[in-house]
Ligand binder design. Structure first.
Ligand SMILES: Cc1ncc(COP(=O)(O)O)c(C=O)c1O
Length: 412
């Protein structure tokens, strides 16, 4: 489904004209489609229904409270990687049992908070972390549930910064260590081993890396299921990709579901998934208003009011986002869409055919719903944008635009 479509030459989010939203809420502005979030979640849940999965929406993708509440309403769990994300999830009314806590650097305070709240399980990334969890658990006299994160040493074909499944990254432990730590957790009075976890990277456009990871993990699952009285989950992480470029094929959800359903069926385990981008990426656009058109001998710079501080992915990963004119003209220009930040790396699109725009025109940076607002910062003392959630013909502000006062709040 495409929630962002042209009607009479005007780009809409569902039934709302983006131009009208920009007039009302200002720019830069994140606009999300509720229907798109729901559609993606239901597609995934339907494809995996045979596995009776726990779908833990990955908070880091898009973490605004209204959006978390939307996922809670559909029955999702959450994948969190910090005490702050856990706080957000609980505040949005999630049942702690349905929250999984990942991340290589969990502090004692975060572990304590998570155990006190009763999170579903920790995905454990190292031996010292396992010991720390056991220690805190001992203090609190509660039982901590853990799933060891296996690093299967597989190249998922992502940007190197978002590859987490290769052996030389900081994530998880090799299969032999995972086995040893799992057996230790089974024997430890303070711990309950509830499953194994892996997450290969993001975004994955092919199912192949998941299949390779399963080959590595499957024998370990079989052994641990026999030996661990509480071992009942296989968590394949997130990473399911979305097409950013027009020529990219969508992620093969049917093939993925067939593989995952078969694997957990054969192993007698429950499937856990931690999708972020797949659920939220296509649900959002970032609107930017062109301030200046700056000609240059080799290209044209469209200078908008959104910058790398609002959407970091192009600057950080050289990520590609489609750029559409909100009012379609069909005319194009070759150049860059840049922002006002004082960095040459401040671009949202580079050396591309872009809509020919004039000062005052609105552009939509597409597929900005995942790792957009959550990675935004105040760099160059720029207040962060507002966020609006659209449903049919109604739109609602779900986060107000920051002000200059917000920039200095908390300073002493
Ligand atoms: C452990 C873990 N799970 C899930 C995700 C979500 O990934 P994606 O948004 O690609 O689904 C990430 C992303 O970094 C992650 O590190």
């Amino acid at each position: 489904m495409n929630a962002f479509e042209y009607r009479n030459g005007e780009l809409h989010a569902e039934d709302c004209a983006l131009n009208a939203l920009a007039e009302e809420y200002g720019t830069p502005l994140y606009v999300y489609s509720r229907t798109h979030f729901e559609h993606q979640y239901r597609r995934l849940a339907a494809a995996l229904k045979d596995a009776d999965p726990l779908l833990c929406y990955s908070v880091k993708g898009c973490s605004t409270g209204a959006i978390l509440e939307l996922f809670r309403g559909m029955g999702a769990g959450l994948d969190v990687v910090s005490g702050g994300e856990l706080f957000r999830g609980l505040r949005a009314g999630f049942d702690a049992e349905k929250i999984v806590f990942a991340g290589v650097g969990k502090t004692v305070d975060e572990i304590r908070y998570a155990i006190e709240q009763g999170v579903g399980f920790f995905t454990v990334e190292s031996e010292p972390e396992l010991e720390r969890i056991a220690h805190v658990e001992g203090e609190l006299k509660k039982s901590a549930r853990v799933a060891i994160r296996v690093n299967p040493d597989i190249d998922p074909g992502t940007h190197e910064y978002t590859c987490t499944g290769k052996g030389d990254t900081k994530f998880g432990v090799d299969p032999a260590t995972a086995r040893r730590l799992s057996l230790r957790a089974i024997e430890h009075d303070a711990l309950r081993l509830v499953g194994l976890h892996t997450h290969l990277g993001s975004p994955l456009m092919s199912v192949d890396p998941y299949e390779k990871a399963l080959e590595v993990i499957r024998p370990l699952c079989r052994e641990l299921k026999e030996r661990g009285p509480h071992f009942r989950r296989l968590d394949l992480g997130g990473g399911l990709g979305i097409p950013y470029r027009p020529e990219e094929e969508p992620f093969d959800l049917d093939r993925f579901a067939k593989m995952a359903n078969a694997a957990v069926g054969e192993l007698g385990l429950q499937l856990v998934l931690e999708p972020g981008r797949f659920l939220s990426g296509g649900a959002g656009v970032l609107l930017t208003r062109v301030q200046y058109v700056k000609p240059h001998p080799s290209k044209t710079f469209l200078i908008g009011d959104a910058a790398m501080n609002d959407l970091l992915r192009p600057a950080l990963y050289d990520a590609w986002h489609g750029v559409n004119a909100v009012r379609q003209t069909g005319e194009t220009v070759c150049g860059d869409l840049v922002g006002p930040v004082c960095e040459t790396g401040d671009f949202l699109a580079r050396d591309r055919e872009l809509p020919a725009a004039e000062a005052g025109d609105l552009l939509a940076v597409m597929n900005a719903g995942a790792y957009g607002y959550t990675m935004a910062s105040n760099y160059n003392s720029r207040p962060r944008p507002a966020e609006v959630l659209v449903e049919g013909s109604s739109a609602r502000l779900i986060r107000r635009r920051e002000t200059w006062d917000d920039l200095v709040r908390g300073e002493e």
